[in-house]
Design a protein around this ligand. Structure first.
Ligand SMILES: C[S@@+](CC[C@H](N)C(=O)[O-])C[C@H]1O[C@@H](n2cnc3c(N)ncnc32)[C@H](O)[C@@H]1O
Length: 140
């Protein structure tokens, strides 16, 4: 299953880009990042069975094990792509939210979208390591 980060904004050369690179390099599942403009533009077409996860402050706060198990469940159910949408300064509206299969929040606070991208990359690596029984994640 392709892990597809679809993020608004250009990360360029920045500390956040280094973090995204550091964690995505370690992913053991196929992955790619598509950058969208801050506003407008069309989402890449979604094939059948694509799962859409939206990063949004109003979303559900999942633990890392739960996040990993959801990815495992979608993968094992035969989904070809799991896409993760990250907004820009304006975030998402309710119509966007209604099109997502799951909304997840990294806490109730608002993070800059480039930091959200780096945090997602880390959580995806953590999820891959959990699913591979790699010792990176320690459950407290
Ligand atoms: C600066 S925030 C947008 C804030 C905007 N005012 C809103 O109400 O959604 C940019 C993007 O970063 C991501 N983001 C920021 N904080 C987040 C959080 N706590 N959990 C999940 N994603 C977050 C979301 O994708 C959001 O659309």
């Amino acid at each position: 299953m392709l892990l597809h980060i679809i993020a608004r904004g250009k990360i360029g050369r920045s500390p956040e880009a280094e973090l995204v690179d550091r964690y995505t390099k370690r992913l053991t599942m196929p992955h790619k990042i598509t950058e969208m403009p801050d506003r407008g533009g069309k989402l890449p077409p979604a094939g059948p069975g694509t799962v859409t996860v939206m990063l949004d402050e109003k979303g559900k706060q999942l633990g890392s094990m739960d996040f990993a198990r959801r990815i495992e469940g979608w993968r094992d159910a035969g989904s070809r792509e799991c896409r993760f949408l990250i907004g820009a300064a304006d975030g998402f509206d309710d119509a966007d939210r209604a099109n997502a299969d799951l909304l997840i929040a990294f806490g109730a606070m608002t993070w800059p979208h480039m930091m959200a991208r780096a945090m997602l990359a880390e959580q995806l690596w953590r999820a891959c390591s959990i699913l591979a029984n790699h010792p990176y994640h320690r459950e407290g």
